[in-house]
Design a protein around this ligand. Structure first.
Ligand code: FES
Length: 143
């Protein structure tokens, strides 16, 4: 990089880009982060057994039939997507919150309940497994 000079031959200085460090007061008592803070749920590594127990309530267990795939069971996981993943069925997803539409899946039989208001557009015969749970036995076709 070439150095710039003023007309009188002195080096040009621009106070806006002064390279002198500012004096930064560093407190001896400044808190030190000693551990890595991870998000509560890591979508890349879902819990191996996300099914949760509902105290005092019967656990809803519904059959989940996948076209050209295994017949599984949904046992109250947080979402159908989580339940499928915990049983080694991979579903394409992105947001996991019902707004991108990546997980759209055809629902051939049965009913689902949305645990969160889905924002992504779906056809009448499609569901968003990331934010719903089965209300009955269901049959789905993964895309
Ligand atoms: S993953 Fe985005 S809507 Fe389901």
């Amino acid at each position: 990089m070439s150095e710039k000079f003023n007309l009188d031959g002195t080096p040009e200085t621009n106070p806006a880009f002064d390279l002198e460090p500012d004096d930064i007061a560093v407190s001896e008592q400044a808190p030190v982060q000693e551990s890595l803070i991870l998000p509560e749920e890591d979508p890349e590594h879902p819990e191996p057994t996300p099914q949760i127990d509902l105290v005092g309530m019967a656990k809803p267990v519904h059959a989940v039939q996948i076209v050209d795939g295994p017949e599984l069971q949904f046992q109250h996981a947080h979402s159908l997507l989580e339940s499928l993943e915990s049983q080694d069925v991979q579903v394409h997803y992105q947001c996991r919150e019902g707004y991108c539409g990546s997980c759209r899946t055809r629902l051939l039989e049965g009913e689902v309940h949305y645990t969160e208001e889905p924002l992504a557009w779906v056809n009448d015969d499609e569901i968003l497994p990331c934010c719903c749970i089965p209300k009955s036995a269901i049959k789905i076709e993964l895309g």
